[in-house]
Every structure is written in C-alpha cells, then in structure tokens.
Write a protein that binds this ligand. Structure first.
Ligand code: CO
Ligand code: ZN
Length: 329
C-alpha cells in the first residue's frame, strides 16, 4: 500500500489541472477494469462490469488544493489566489512547483506575521521584475506544494493525502475485487476542492444505484483539537453519518457498517460539523441516489503534512470489497 500511495501523491493535479494524476491512475488500474474513459470535465471513469446486479459508483477525487497566479509586483514576486481551502496558517515557508515545472517558494508578508491570510502570501521564483516573473509563470498558472513525505511507523505524512489516499484505496479495491454480479464504476473525480463539480457531472452520466465517496476526514485527538472531532487516525476507516454537504443515506451507511463486520475490520462513526465530499453531489443527481462516504482519518487536513494510517487504508479496501461482494444486492 505504501508504494501505491506514494505513486498517487507525486503527480501534479490541482483542481482543473488533473491530467497528470489522471494519466498515472489510468495506467495503474487499466489491467483491472473492462472499460476506462475520460469525460468532458476530466473525470476518469473506470468500469468493472457485473452480471445484472446493482451499479455501484465509487468516487475518489484526484484534484488537490493549490495556488493560481494572479499578478506580479515590480520586484518580481508573484501574488496568488487559492485553489480550494488552502490553510494560510501552514502555507508559508514551503517549496512549490508550477504546472510548467518552474520551482518557487511561498512566504507571507509581513515576514513573521502571526495573522496569516491568503492575500498576504507571495511566491518567489527568482525573478527581478513583474515581466520576468510573468514570463516564467503566466497569469493563471497553477502551483502546488512540492512533494515530500515522512514515514512515522504506520503513519505517512505528505501533501495531498486529500484525496490521493482515497485514490490509492480505490485503485487497490479494483485490483482486489473478486467475482460479483454488481457493476463497479470507479470515478476519479475532478474539481472536488472547488465545489464537487466533477462528481456532479459523473453521477449524472453513470446513473448509479448506489454512490459511495471515499475521502479523508479531519481526525481529532491532536493537541487542543476544536471542535472535538470523534474520529481517530489508526482506529479504522470511518463511516460518515453527516457533514455539511450530505447526510448519508441509512441504506448505504448501515451497509458500510455491515461490511466492516463481514470483513472483520474496525470502523468508526464520523460526524463532521463542516466540510463535504462527492457524496453530496452524487446523492442529489437525477432523481436522487442512495449515497454515503467511507472516510480515511487524516490529521492536519489541507496542510502540507496531511497524515494518515496505512492500516486504515488497507482496512478501507477490505471493507469496500466486502461491501460490493457481500452487502450490495
Ligand atoms: Co479537501
Ligand atoms: Zn477531499
């Protein structure tokens, strides 16, 4: 699982610029699916055909948070806007890489400010004028934090666990699935971080009987966590009850819990007072789709050190395999 996860963390792919990560995922999953295509929004949709059973759509978003170039000042420092929910408190003092390969560093003004904000961030690409900066990275170019990771026992910390950890789980699920009458539609969705946009379009086209988003969820249990979130890293995948974008359909929520029992893996219930996953878009597609989310507990979500447990990820694969093979009928 570690190697698969790392292969998913490296490729570039902020919202709307997912082609590099999409290509990496397609290459990885191709041997395990019957059909694979990319839609107009860049969603990668892979189908593993069934035999007259239910059509289950899984969605793991490929896009990550990042930056986009707004302007450059006369000294050659770039001003940026955020793509998705970049946390300004953990943004400064990082290496970044742009879509065209240009490297830079992000910092915050005034230097050493204790009131971080996106509007105070700037990116240094070694230019000495606005013209030079914008020649290197034109207006509208996107950037992400440079890949770096730490292994801490069972935990791995890196940028973009949200939601590449789930992309790895979904890829591993396709590989692990045994014979089943149910059709599995694995959607690696785009533009989740800017409003669940890819999954909304994919859910309409796929027209599933059941929808399951796979995403990270903020874990509590870290110093002075507020609000006191119930989920803990390392205590099993989390079955979402509610977030700000969806209240899981009982059929799916209880089915995932039953699958944990079938698979013999631990699970936790998740209640998140904010946030959202692709399930929010899938459940309101067409006439409504029974939907839920299986979450991978993650510390420091939307920071460059998002931290997950490899065991939680492996247990998520086992749970979802049992869900498709034994619970959905
Ligand atoms: Co996110
Ligand atoms: Zn996410």
């Amino acid at each position: 699982m570690k190697d698969l996860l790392l292969s998913m963390l490296r490729p570039f792919g902020p919202s709307g610029s997912e082609a590099p990560i999409s290509a990496a995922i397609a290459e990885r999953i191709r041997p395990f699916v019957d059909e694979i295509k990319t839609d107009a929004l860049g969603n990668l949709i892979a189908v593993r055909r069934g035999k007259g059973g239910k059509r289950v759509m899984f969605s793991a978003h490929m896009d990550s948070i990042g930056y986009i170039v707004l302007d450059a000042d006369k000294e050659g420092f770039l001003r940026v806007s955020n793509i998705g929910g970049v946390n300004p408190a953990t943004a400064a003092g990082r290496h970044v890489v742009f879509a065209n390969g240009v490297a830079g560093v992000v910092y915050s003004e005034p230097l050493g400010s204790d009131k971080p904000a996106i509007g105070k961030l700037f990116i240094d690409v070694g230019a000495s004028s606005a013209e030079e900066a914008l020649a290197k990275v034109p207006l509208g170019t996107m950037a992400v934090v440079a890949h770096q990771w730490s292994e801490m026992g069972d935990l791995v910390a890196a940028p973009f666990m949200d939601d590449r950890a789930a992309c790895a789980v979904l890829a591993a699920l396709l590989e692990a699935l045994g014979p089943t009458d149910n059709e599995v539609c694995a959607v690696f969705s785009t533009q989740e971080e800017v409003g669940l946009r890819g999954a909304r379009a994919a859910a309409y086209a796929v027209n599933p009987d059941i929808g399951v988003a796979i995403d990270v969820t903020p874990a509590g249990g870290v110093p002075k966590a507020d609000p006191p979130l119930p989920v803990r890293v390392g205590q099993g995948p989390a079955v979402k009850v509610k977030d700000a974008a969806s209240i899981s359909t009982p059929l799916v929520r209880d089915g995932l819990v039953a699958a944990a029992g079938e698979a013999g893996v631990p699970f936790q219930y998740e209640v998140l007072p904010y946030g959202g996953t692709d399930a929010g878009a899938i459940m309101s597609a067409r006439g409504g789709v029974p939907s839920g989310t299986l979450s991978i507990p993650c510390r420091y979500v939307h920071s460059p050190v998002e931290t997950v447990s490899l065991t939680d990820m492996e247990n998520a694969v086992k749970l979802l395999k049992a869900y498709v093979e034994k619970i959905v009928r």
